[in-house]
Ligand binder design. Structure first.
Ligand code: SIN
Length: 279
């Protein structure tokens, strides 16, 4: 087998990992290199993998402990703890593309997942990229007065925000009952491993900012989102068969793209890893 190589994909975000078959055991030194790269680069792209759902689960736990998704019913048949995203779901005549605007995952949880990962099972012949934006760099570049204004602010994140820019698709009643109470999180969080501050935003889940009128909160979120989603902060992942991509929800926002032929299927296994309360 070729040896491990880790190659940056932009000057700020993303690294490509080659030379490892993750269906084989991974030694301690390799794990440490991968974890360091993850804290530094925020998105890891592991090329050339071949996973069954069970193998994907085992590989994921190299990086942490699995966290259940809110939509528990959305799992791979026969594998209740391996989830998927696809372009198959149609609600009220409208196709649901999961993740189709910038967000961070499950921020409605008091302890949101530190990481999310996808493994490409079926891909369209073109398009369907995933975009990531670096929230450390976006925070760093804010004017000092803005950083000062937002540093102490906290937002309330709920499952169904009345201000969400998109529909979240169907969730069944049993899953909804198990959704935890809202997460109340700082707008600026410090990453526990790399020590850097990052903007922590999610227009899909944020319903209010404590101490602000909703109109002022929405205007602030909108301005911060416009700033944070500039191309200069982006790594855009173009999927290849066999890609396993893992991202750090504490460092990046991400979004899916619905720019492909919907008669083609896009289907990826999806797992998340437990995180901590943002501070
Ligand atoms: C997601 O938001 O997790 C989905 C991303 C994608 O399908 O590209």
């Amino acid at each position: 087998m070729a040896s491990l190589t880790i190659t940056p994909l932009t000057d700020h975000t993303g690294a490509e990992v080659t030379g490892i078959d993750f269906t084989e055991p991974v030694d301690g030194e390799t794990r440490a290199r991968l974890s360091a790269a993850f804290a530094e680069r925020h998105v890891l792209v592991m090329r050339g993998q071949h996973f069954t759902p069970d193998q994907f689960k085992v590989a994921a736990t190299i990086f942490g402990e699995l966290q259940q998704h809110d939509k528990r019913e959305h799992h791979v048949p026969g594998h209740p703890d391996v989830y998927y995203v696809s372009n198959d779901e149609i609600v009220n005549g409208k196709r649901i593309i999961p993740g189709e605007s910038f967000h961070t995952d499950h921020s409605n949880h008091p302890r949101p997942p530190k990481a999310t990962m996808l493994f490409a099972v079926e891909l369209p012949s073109r398009g369907g990229d995933t975009q990531y934006v670096n929230m450390h760099a976006a925070y760093r570049d804010l004017p000092e007065a803005t950083r000062h204004r937002i540093d102490g602010l906290k937002a309330v994140h709920v499952y169904f925000s009345k201000y969400s820019p998109r529909s979240l698709g169907h969730i069944d009643e049993e899953s909804l009952r198990r959704v935890p109470p809202p997460g109340i999180h700082p707008l600026v969080r410090t990453h526990p491993e790399n020590g850097r501050k990052a903007l922590y935003l999610n227009p899909v889940r944020m319903e209010s900012i404590l101490g602000l009128e909703d109109t002022d909160a929405l205007a602030l979120i909108d301005a911060l989102m416009q700033h944070a989603t500039q191309k200069k902060y982006e790594y855009r992942h173009k999927w290849r068969p066999g890609d396993w991509v893992m991202w750090d929800n504490r460092s990046v926002m991400h979004q899916a793209n619905a720019d492909y032929d919907m008669s083609e299927r896009r289907y990826l296994y999806r797992l998340m890893l437990k995180g901590e309360a943002p501070i």
